[in-house]
Design a protein around this ligand. Sequence first.
Ligand code: B4P
Length: 195
Amino acid sequence: PTHKSLLNARVIFVIGGPGCGKGTQCAKIVETFNYTHLSTGDLLRSEVSSGSPRGQELSAIMERGELVPMETVLEILRDAIIKQPNTIGFLIDGFPRELEQAIQFENDIAVCECVLYFECLAETMTARLLKRAETSGRVDDNEETIKKRLETFFTQTLPVVQHYDEKGNIHKIAAEESAEEIFVKVKAILDALPQ
Ligand code: B4P
């Protein structure tokens, strides 16, 4: 793979709408492949639970279903990446969520080898998130925020899909089935990457 600047590891972006199953698939991927899973959502939530002033601001943005500022995301992502100097690869989950994040990351941090895009109907994603809401305690797992998160995805993240479509390094994975069935397709894609 082509590597650049900060690291000597493969970089795979994992994107899709809210509730498409990206976090779920990443958890399965790391059971089989030796990659490091970094979820920007999880990183942001741990910044929130640290109780820092910045955390409070982030929580409010997430509760509105909007994107947090790019500089913040890139900073916490870069910090997390440099803590793993020996990994063979990064699965960067929930990123990039807007075209500018993709361009900035690839310019400043590393080149992305490929993108996994989980394609799912809005109704399916909504149903999954409402189910998760019963137990997650997440400020953004409620009907109103879910609507806004979907809208944010369609307006801000779909251009990222189009960008990598044009570059030709995106894998679109139908994500309506069970997590196990979806993982069979994911594994085949990752097995086929050059060693
Ligand atoms: P995320 O944490 O990324 O939240 P998400 O989109 O809901 O994905 P998640 O990984 O949690 O859920 P998944 O689809 O796996 O982002 C939260 C917020 O953080 C954003 O709204 C934004 O404000 C901010 N943010 C994050 N990254 C950012 C960035 N780069 N830039 C700016 N802001 C950023 O799973 C959902 C549910 O579906 C689970 O309960 C799961 O069990 C279930 N599920 C999964 N697969 C299933 C399947 N196949 N069948 C049935 N159920 C399934």
